[in-house]
Design a protein around this ligand. Structure first.
Ligand code: FES
Length: 495
């Protein structure tokens, strides 16, 4: 799957017409399903799915802007007829609709939820069950940015203003049209077959039955490639409805304090490990971080799911997507390490990232602030320089892998911002001062610049979040006295 494409330049809002420009038609050639996220000026989010029903490309020319204006009007309306947009969460219990079956029936086209098979008309959102999915009117018009380009526009959500596109990506390779993704994306990178796994991906004895059981199994899996395969398997089952319970009741298993690593892995102090210079050493260090990042995504699900019953289904969809992305990143880096003759595990690793996980284990709000809005956001700052180093050495394959990783990480910081602001709204606190207090309490040292303000802003992190801020972890300070995490009341209907 390619990473999120840059949305900054092409997202524009036409508030007078109440439509939002989403993406050029030429950019929806490779797949039939796309996931995208909108953020309002008030900081609220919408996760939506764009379905392109025809398996044939919607335009004859994939990227040639010059041919687009010559399309006859009936071609334009034909393109629009193939496009449907709906909320990504099922209105029944919130299952991810990205893997819904699409079926034609007497009344029109319906999307069938993978969890309980309720079907929803893709134009009206109606279902025989009385539930109604949120669908959006789609039009194909000239771009507001470049009038020679045809773009997909959707009717703006009504509850807020100033919506902008913050993420747009194909759902998965499963929905890729032949020929698949363009050469410069992941398909150009040779990901080797995984070596023989030490155990079955799905244990024959007591296989996990819920998402949280899978999360805990994966957290306790020390073999890195088995961790990757189990992540792919669990997310696939969750999306396709074969795993239709989150399982956050009282019998949910507990995640380990620290996910285990293979016996032969050598741990060193993070400061020592940071003195890396060669390409292989840099890639090895990044692979180590990605392995912890897979665990962090599953830990968020297993640790905070049962403890925070108001977290909606979308939280679990987002974190399964992050886990899958991190598994992909780890595999990409393993592939590059293998090409450079340095297998993963031959160099020492560190566990600095997990220290922050331990520090924030008691609060989803603290975890989101420190792991996603401090550590992952710092990745956005440093990735461009890392990519430039590999480019300077002519390692174009590593550049391709690291660019995919960087684009995905923007969406992970976006998810961190989304759920941090959600939790703040639930607790009735202002996100910016709350974030700054979280950093003071749970982070040590100054947030270092220079900051990648453009990508931080894409992810929702405005400068007032992070500028002139230092963590005081370990030091007593006045604000600690007033800093109380309010309990969240349980609600009914959580899965
Ligand atoms: S029918 Fe979609 S979650 Fe039940």
């Amino acid at each position: 799957m390619s990473g999120a494409i840059s949305s900054e330049s092409r997202a524009s809002s036409s508030r007078a017409m109440n439509f939002i420009e989403i993406v050029p038609v030429s950019k929806i050639q490779s797949h039939t399903r796309y996931l995208f996220t909108l953020r309002s000026g008030e900081g609220t989010y919408r996760s939506l799915l764009l379905f392109r029903l025809s398996t044939a490309p919607v335009a004859q020319s994939s990227d040639s802007v010059s041919t687009e204006p010559s399309w006859p009007d009936n071609d334009v309306s034909h393109i629009a007829e193939q496009l449907y947009v709906m909320e990504s969460a099922c209105p029944h219990l919130g299952a991810d609709m990205s893997h819904a079956d699409i079926e034609e029936c007497e009344t029109g086209i319906v999307a069938v939820c993978p969890w309980h098979r309720y079907d929803f008309d893709m134009r009206s959102g109606k279902s025989d069950t009385g539930l109604r999915a949120c669908v959006y009117q789609v039009e194909v018009r000239r771009s507001a940015i470049d009038t020679e380009t045809l773009s997909v526009w959707i009717k703006s959500p009504e509850e807020a203003n100033f919506w902008r596109l913050v993420e747009f990506r194909p759902v998965s390779e499963e929905f890729a049209d032949p020929p698949p993704a363009p050469k410069e994306t992941i398909s150009s990178i040779d990901i080797p077959d995984l070596i023989t796994l030490p155990e079955d991906i799905e244990p024959a004895k007591n296989p996990p039955k819920t998402l949280i059981q899978w999360a805990v199994l994966i957290l306790n899996t020390s073999h890195p490639q088995l961790k990757v395969e189990r992540t792919r398997h669990a997310v696939n089952m969750f999306r396709s409805g074969k795993l239709s319970s989150i399982g956050r009741g009282p019998s949910a298993p507990k995640p380990p304090d620290v996910p285990p690593r293979e016996d032969q892995m050598r741990f060193v102090d993070a400061n020592h490990a940071a003195k890396r210079k060669s390409r292989a050493a840099m890639l090895h260090a990044l692979a180590n971080i990605e392995q912890w990042a897979i665990d962090l995504a599953w830990d968020a699900i297993a640790r905070f799911g049962p403890a925070n019953p108001t977290l909606p289904h979308q939280f679990f969809s987002d974190f399964t997507k992050i886990a899958l992305d991190e598994a992909k990143h780890f595999s990409l880096l393993l592939s590059r390490l293998s090409a450079l003759g340095t297998p993963y595990g031959v160099l020492p690793i560190h566990a600095a990232l997990w220290q922050s996980a331990t520090e924030t284990a008691q609060s989803v709000r603290s975890r989101l602030a420190i792991v996603h809005l401090v550590h992952e956001a710092r990745g956005l700052d440093v990735n461009p320089a890392t990519i430039a180093k590999f480019a300077k050495q002519g390692d174009t394959e590593s550049v391709a892998a690291l660019t995919i990783i960087h684009n995905d990480e923007v969406t992970h910081v976006t998810a961190g911002h989304r759920w941090f602001t959600f939790v703040c709204a639930e607790q009735g606190v202002d996100p910016v001062p709350t974030f700054r207090e979280e950093v003071k309490r749970h982070f040590s040292g100054r947030l270092k610049g220079p900051f990648n303000m453009i990508d931080r802003e894409k992810a929702g992190l405005t400068r007032d979040f992070y500028e002139d801020l230092a963590g005081e972890m370990g030091k007593p300070h006045e604000s600690n006295k007033a800093f109380v995490i309010k309990p969240v009341k349980p609600t009914e209907g959580t899965v």
